[in-house]
Design a protein around this ligand. Structure first.
Ligand code: ADP
Ligand code: ZN
Length: 554
């Protein structure tokens, strides 16, 4: 697909220079364009900042007819249209919160044979809910003026993904109605199973897949234990490493955003907060100040970021646990788009896991803003999606708990990529500190821990289980007479970190299940460990060994 001998090659290169001002193509851009212009359905996995827009905007310019682009966010669409109009490419969009007369005008223009638009952007709910739009698309198609259908942020189709949006599921109708119109699906985040799901749901046929490495060599990754003085740590980190540079701090709740921003202001940083309950003008104002460098640091929920194009973001800090590795990778991806070294620091505490898990089960996690108001509450609560979300979160926990393996490797494995950690060149905390490691068979310890959870009748937290296992004689232990259990102190010989890592492993591998318990009095959340009998059975039937890596003493 990299050939320069397609009939459109000359036009392509000329327009890339003249209209978009690019001197060359980035990796896979030419290939994607050649494939989609040859009429194939194409699936593109390209990291954020890789240049996905060009792969449909350039064809839109030189193919007859209109390119339909489905994109999840009105703000993102507006941003794109602004850029297109600046380059003198006529484009329009339709969304539910537009005046009806305005929408009518655009549709009327499309019924003429000589309409001016090269691209039409719509939000997915328009396809799901607007028969008028579908009729216009049918008419365009019948007149052979529907050049191509582009699905941006295509991972939103999949329930296995980290950002499922129900309206995306209705997009399968497009391929049913317009069989011979090529579809171009674009995403920056997709594992193999998400990709399969998307291809299925959209009904893509003989689809050509372009995938690019998700490795971002210029990003430095680390995970740091989160303490009570986390904000002081953040302040110090920024002053030591990135003073007066630009960064994003991702926080879990709206209140956290405001609290962190305020503290950092007190410490002398130009910080502001950004989250979903601010009104749109406030949000736009903050975003503008940030792009003009009047503010250095934005403390934000994940609502901030989609469509942010600032090239010189020098750090992305996670003040709390991200919901999934995909989400984490994408959020980190907003740093260092100019290719310069940038830091990604995650402050991790196990108690945040309990908090995030609880919020997920309540549907209380802020998603990237959803254009047609929020359906996230009922999405998050429903069975299979809740399960997927919890699984994604557990993977994130095990990423944080892992203090041995290369962070890059751990992320890339998740995207189905092979990576030799020798190529990390000490750009992650684990590679930096570990000189060597040893592998230990911990099967016996895991059995004991499962037994212990059973013998305490599955009513206690992981930290209590660890205390008992390591032989604590605290008041709480005595109150429940757990010093009399036969496994009390059985793990004395283990270092605290070791025992805890093994226990976490049991949770992430689903032998033990973390159950969230809400206290009636204060509404606070605590968790108890339960045994997953079905999985745990395998552990005791024999044959199953569990081996973990530990840093070897230096
Ligand atoms: P993505 O959608 O993959 O995150 P964009 O399409 O927004 O990425 O492109 C990111 C940036 O890269 C934009 O500023 C765009 O103008 C620029 N860009 C894209 N393609 C090229 C190219 N071939 N040469 C130079 N710059 C490019
Ligand atoms: Zn590494």
């Amino acid at each position: 697909w990299s050939s320069v001998n397609f009939p459109w090659t000359k036009k392509l290169e000329a327009n890339n220079k003249k209209v978009f001002g690019n001197h060359s193509f980035r990796p896979n851009q030419r290939e994607v364009i050649n494939a989609t212009m040859s009429g194939y359905d194409v699936f593109v996995l390209m990291p954020t900042g890789g240049g996905k827009s060009l792969t449909y905007q350039l064809p839109a310019l030189i193919c007859p007819g209109i390119t339909l682009v489905i994109s999840p966010l009105v703000s993102l669409i507006q941003d794109q249209i602004m850029h297109l109009l600046q380059a003198n490419i006529p484009a329009a969009y339709l969304s539910a919160n537009m005046e009806w007369t305005e929408q009518q005008e655009i549709l009327r223009e499309l019924s003429s044979d000589h309409f001016k638009y090269r691209l039409l952007y719509v939000t997915p709910e328009k396809i799901a809910k607007s028969d008028v739009l579908l009729r216009h698309l049918e008419s365009l198609h019948a007149r052979e003026l529907l050049a191509r259908i582009v699905i941006d942020e295509a991972h939103c189709v999949s329930q296995w993904g980290h950002d499922f949006r129900p309206d995306y599921q209705g997009l399968g109708i497009l391929k049913q109605k317009f069989q011979n119109t090529p579809v171009l699906a674009l995403t920056a985040t997709a594992t193999a199973s998400v990709k399969e799901d998307v291809v299925q749901a959209l009904g893509l046929v003989n689809c050509i897949v372009f995938r690019q490495s998700f490795n971002r060599p210029n990003l430095l990754y680390s995970v740091i234990p989160k303490t009570k003085k986390c904000i002081d740590d953040i302040d110090k980190f920024i002053k030591d490493n990135h003073f007066d540079e630009c960064g994003i701090i991702y926080c879990l709740s709206r209140m956290d955003c405001e609290k962190v921003a305020e503290k950092l202001q007190e410490c002398g940083h130009k910080a502001a907060f950004y989250h979903g309950s601010m009104d749109p003008t406030q949000r736009a104002f903050v975003q503008k100040q940030w792009s003009k460098d009047e503010i250095n640091i934005i403390c934000a929920t994940v609502a901030f970021g989609m469509g942010i194009n600032k090239p010189d973001v020098r750090f992305v800090i996670h003040h709390s646990l991200p919901k999934s590795i995909e989400g984490y990778h994408q959020e980190c991806g907003r740093a260092g788009r100019d290719g310069q070294r940038s830091s990604c620091v995650l402050y991790y505490s196990y108690s945040d896991y309990i908090r995030v898990k609880h919020m997920i089960s309540q549907g209380g996690i802020e998603q990237s803003p959803f254009p047609s108001g929020s359906n996230r509450v009922n999405i998050a609560n429903s069975g299979r999606i809740l399960e997927t979300n919890t699984e994604n979160l557990l993977r994130m926990v095990s990423y944080c708990e892992n203090d041995v393996d290369c962070r890059r490797l751990l992320q890339l494995i998740h995207f189905g990529e092979k990576f030799d950690s020798a190529n990390c060149k000490k750009t992650c905390d684990n590679c930096l500190k570990i000189k060597s490691f040893i592998e230990k068979d911990v099967t016996d310890v895991t059995k004991q821990l499962v037994e212990l959870v059973k013998s305490t009748r599955q009513q206690f937290s992981s930290s209590h289980i660890l205390e008992v296992y390591r032989g604590s004689l605290s008041q709480f232990v005595k109150k429940h007479r757990h010093e009399t259990l036969s496994l009390h102190g059985a793990g004395k010989h283990l270092a605290k970190g070791e025992a805890s890592r093994i226990l976490r492993h049991l949770v992430t591998e689903d032998f033990l299940v973390e159950d969230v318990k809400k206290s009636d009095i204060y509404g606070s959340v605590s968790s108890v460990l339960k045994v997953n009998e079905y999985k745990a059975k395998n552990l005791f039937l024999g044959g199953k060994t569990i081996i973990l890596r530990f840093p070897s003493p230096v």
